[in-house]
Design a protein around this ligand. Sequence first.
Ligand code: FES
Length: 206
Amino acid sequence: MASNGFMAQWVYTDIVKDHFMNPRNLWKEDEDFNPDGVGEVGSLACGDQMRVGIKVKDGKIADLRWLTYGCASAIASTSMMSEMAIGMDLKDAYNLKPEDIMAKLGGLPEHKFHCSVLGDKALRAAIDDYLEKNHMENPYKATVAKIICECMGVTDQKIETLIKEDKVKNLKDLQDITGAGTVCGKCVPRLEELIVEMKHIYGKEA
Ligand code: FES
C-alpha cells in the first residue's frame, strides 16, 4: 500500500514524529501572546525561517512560542526545545545546545543536523532582544563563544556577527578583517564550514 511505503521511508524516531505531528507551544496567529523578547533567524528564501518569542519572569523563561517554515526536523527540534526551555533560567536557556535537544529527540538523521540549530539560535536571539529592550547587560554572550582560530583568537561568535552584518561573505573577507586562518592555517576547513553554515542560517546565500 502506498501509505505503508511512505511510512517505511520515515527515518525519524517516534519522539521526532510525535513532536512533528503535534508541535508544542506553536505561536498561533490569533493567540494573544505578547512576548518580552523576540528572536528571528533563517530566511524565507531557503525555506527555514524561525521566530521565537519569550515571556520572562523572575529571570526565567515563563512562556515561549515559536513559528517556523522549516522542515520536519526543524519543527520537531523546536517543539522539543520549547518544552525544555520553559521554566529554565535565562543562563541555562542561553546555553541550550542543539546536541541536548537532539539527544532528547533520540537523534536526527545526520544531514538534518543544521535544521535543529535554528530553534536554539532564535531562542538566544530572543533572550538578547529581551535584555536589550530592558537595558540589561548581556552576560551570556561571551560564555557561548568558542575560539575557532587559536592563532588569532577569533571566535565563532565573531564570525557569526560579521556574517550577520554582511561584512563577511567568504573566507577572504574574514581573513582580511580578522586574520583568521592566516598563520598556521589548521583552522581553515572549520572556518569555511562555519561560513557556509552561518550564511545559510542568516539567509545570506544569494
Ligand atoms: S589556528 Fe587559525 S591560523 Fe592557526
